[in-house]
Design a protein around this ligand. Structure first.
Ligand code: HEM
Length: 284
């Protein structure tokens, strides 16, 4: 029968210098005092490990090395698949079919967005993309340079969209707290914690290409007569651009230790928290 490694035997997963579980919890509780970041994130990763360790143990003929290889969901396909696995579980059930969280508020199809709220969302998103794109242009860690000119960049496109709204007579707001906090967080992280930074990089660009596009379409139907903004257009084949970035992310992560990979995965929840606050501006 399959044996399951108890959670208490799992090794600690957050070992990056200066960015331990306690610090993460403290920061998260500042952003949202009810958020239990360290616990829920660790349980998610550990739960995934339990299932995989159980299936590895079930095969008595597997060697220890094989079991090690099977321990992390998606690992065989490369590290991006591991990041995707963690991200998908953090969706609510109504957002994506792989989502495991309870739905909160209305599903996107029932959103009642406002132009003012959408403009706040676009302005704050631009600040986040400006920050990411500046960081990879002037990389503090050499691996960031891989992510220049991927074709996924959004900053210039958002500038064009905001110009269009201005021409339509709308006042463009200054960035608000969610965007300012996220940009500041990314800036700080990029200088000291490449694994955590790359987790945000992945989630921001890939979320926009998936759920982000769907949200853009729904909002455009309700607010701007279905006009497709530049934010939702890419030069060339988007799936190929995404695949190129997946390949680069997998390559960069090949040199990471298991602890560094787990540290990156653990940052996913914070990426959802910050991006979720920016998304909610659409409804403000
Ligand atoms: C209302 C909010 C959201 C909705 C409706 C949504 C919806 C979706 C959907 C439908 C997918 C595609 C699933 C598939 O491939 O079958 C997806 C993928 C994904 N989402 Fe979200 N999402 C939302 C918010 C977020 C947030 C806040 C993040 C993180 C910042 C995020 C990160 C991702 C990632 C990393 C993927 C995988 C993309 C890929 O594999 O190419 N999502 N989302």
């Amino acid at each position: 029968m399959a044996s399951i490694t108890p959670i208490s035997q799992a090794k600690p997963i957050c070992k990056a210098p200066g960015f331990g579980v306690l610090k993460a919890t403290k920061l998260q509780s500042l952003v949202n005092p009810t958020w239990d970041f360290s616990q829920s994130s660790r349980v998610l990763i550990q739960r995934s490990r339990m299932v995989l360790v159980a299936s590895a143990s079930a095969s008595a003929s597997s060697s220890t090395a094989e079991k090690q290889k099977k321990r992390y969901p998606g690992e065989a396909k490369g590290f991006v698949e591991e990041m995707r696995f963690v991200a998908m579980k953090l969706h609510t059930r109504d957002q994506a079919k792989e989502g495991e969280k309870e739905p909160q508020g209305q599903p996107v199809a029932k959103w009642e967005p406002s132009i003012d709220g959408y403009l706040k969302f676009l302005v704050d998103s631009k600040l986040v993309y400006d920050t990411l794109e500046k960081i990879v242009e002037n990389p503090t860690f050499p691996e960031y340079a891989e992510f220049r000119n991927t074709g996924l960049e959004r900053s210039e496109r958002l500038a064009k969209d905001l110009e269009w709204f201005k021409e339509q007579g709308h006042a463009i707001p200054e960035p608000s707290a969610p965007g300012v906090s996220y940009a500041q967080y990314l800036e700080e992280l990029s200088g000291k914690d490449p694994q955590a930074f790359i987790c945000h990089f992945y989630n921001i660009y890939f979320a926009h290409s998936a759920g982000g596009r769907m949200i853009g379409k729904k909002v455009a139907e309700k607010l701007i007569d279905k006009k497709e903004l530049e934010f939702y257009k890419w030069d060339g084949d988007l799936s190929q651009l995404l695949q190129n970035v997946r390949d680069k992310l997998n390559k960069v992560a090949e040199s990471w230790t298991r602890e560094e990979k787990n540290h990156c995965l653990e940052e996913t929840e914070k990426s959802f928290k910050f991006s979720g606050e920016i998304l909610r501006l659409i409804l403000s």
